[in-house]
Design a protein around this ligand. Structure first.
Ligand code: GLN
Length: 446
């Protein structure tokens, strides 16, 4: 803990942390040292973990990087965080992110952006940019993020880490501040597959506080050895051929395909002809859910109440106008529009239908292949302030939203360094609730 506290202080300028639980973490470490001596320590003893600031932790602030939650302290702990603590992980602090997890660059945080520790003039990705930057800069052993449309995998790709989004429902969402409830999933950033498997298994499993969580208890995700010639991998040719893909990322993917073939595995191109529908479907459905989820922030129940307001309408209006940032407001308006009477069928219902087609096609492919292989991101990390156009920013998610729309587990694996000096990842999408299989294949690939 003291090592990490020193590093955090030294790397303060990257702005990964919104708050460091210094005294508390040191005290915890002493308690755990004693447990280790008595042989009573939990599975995560020795791990120092940072949590994205959209996870509730009792008696600690949680802001979702928004002004609207100013001053708010959580009165309970998210199931995922509770389980980490139960196994003696030390929670070192709250990590910066895009406001309410909306963004791809961490430039939407109300408390300022995060620098990519690999090249500090670049974004770390988003929305879990603080989680990625903290681990990449060596400020913790692992970190926790949330992934609604790529927010773990994309920043992992931009910072050279493993970023894992389990199957929807594997980890309870209780205590995760909701963005789009039917998409949101908690997951870890780690340096090794072993850590990803361990931490995810600790957080996973049934939870009476989340009805959408899986119904079984989970103890571990065993990593099996992959035999030569045993895998069936489908690479999504539409992604490899897509115009926006950086040529060096494409080459690396092609090389990986060749290596797998040489090792006797079956590696075949598959077609997923819905790439153009991906981002629009994702943004219609997630903004709809966001507009509903964020209606609870009125200034009255949580966080910051506007000054000098009279009556309900003025209270809500002023608190929300002052409390929410640009991007969040835009999404609430978009979502309210797609859900509004007269437009609901044209947008929301249509979006749900397209989501079903994407789900069916993904599962159909995965009935023939063990995993799907595709890029994580079209490019490496971009310059801070470099992407000004909203559509351009939304297109960052083109390869990551499929797994959220379909609910499948997906992982970004660090696969090399571009000639520009920046890392990038490859993505694997696995079968529903087959995290062990996906992690085993990941370990083989790394
Ligand atoms: N970049 C996507 C968005 O802005 C993904 C966010 C996320 O996964 N939380 O919605």
């Amino acid at each position: 803990v003291s090592h990490y506290l020193k590093q955090i202080e030294a790397k303060k300028h990257i702005h990964a942390f919104l708050e460091v639980f210094e005294a508390e973490a040191i005290q915890k470490a002493q308690e755990i040292d004693a447990k280790i001596k008595n042989n009573t320590a939990g599975k995560l003893a020795g791990m120092v973990i940072g949590i994205k600031d959209n996870l509730a932790y009792k008696n600690h602030k949680v802001s979702a990087a928004s002004k609207i939650l100013e001053g708010f302290e959580s009165i309970y702990t998210a199931t995922a965080v509770e389980r980490l603590i139960q196994e003696d992980a030390i929670i070192i602090g709250r990590l910066n992110c895009d406001e309410f997890a909306m963004g791809s660059s961490n430039e939407n945080s109300a408390f300022g952006n995060v620098l990519n520790p690999i090249q500090e003039d670049k974004v770390p990705g988003g929305s879990s940019g603080g989680s990625a930057a903290a681990l990449a800069a060596g400020l913790c052993t692992a970190s926790i993020g949330s992934d609604t449309g790529g927010s773990i995998r994309q920043p992992a790709s931009f910072t050279g880490l493993i970023g894992f989004k389990p199957t929807y429902g594997t980890i309870s969402r209780y205590g995760l501040l909701a963005y789009a409830s039917s998409f949101d999933q908690i997951g870890p950033f780690t340096n090794t597959i072993k850590d990803a498997a361990l931490i995810t298994a600790v957080m996973a499993g049934k939870d009476e506080y989340d009805g959408t969580a899986i119904q079984e208890d989970i103890n571990e995700f065993p990593i099996e050895k992959i035999e030569k010639g045993s895998l069936k991998v489908g690479y999504i040719s539409d992604c490899l051929e897509s115009k926006g893909l950086n040529p060096e990322i494409k080459t690396k993917l092609e090389q990986t395909i060749q290596v797998l073939k040489k090792e006797g595995h079956t590696v075949e191109p598959v077609s997923f002809p819905y790439l153009d529908a991906m981002v629009p479907t994702y943004y219609v459905l997630t903004t709809a859910e966001a507009s509903s989820n964020l209606s609870r922030y009125t200034g009255v129940h949580f966080g910051r109440l506007a000054d000098n307001v009279k009556g309900v309408e003025e209270t809500y209006k002023k608190s929300r106008s002052e409390g929410f940032g640009e991007e969040v407001k835009k999404r609430i308006m978009l979502g309210t529009f797609v859900l509004s009477h007269g437009y609901y069928d044209a947008y929301y219902t249509k979006g749900q239908k397209v989501r079903r087609i994407i789900q069916n096609k993904t599962n159909e492919l995965l009935s023939e292949y063990d995993v799907l292989l595709l890029p994580t991101t079209p490019d490496t990390a971009f310059k801070i302030g470099g992407v000004k156009d909203a559509i351009q920013m939304y297109l960052q998610d083109i390869f990551t939203v499929q797994a959220n729309l379909a609910g499948n587990p997906a992982i970004s694996l660090p696969m090399g360094t571009h000639s520009n000096g920046l890392p990038f990842g490859l993505q694997l999408i696995g079968k529903h609730q087959k995290e062990s299989e996906l992690l085993s294949i990941s370990a083989y690939l790394m």
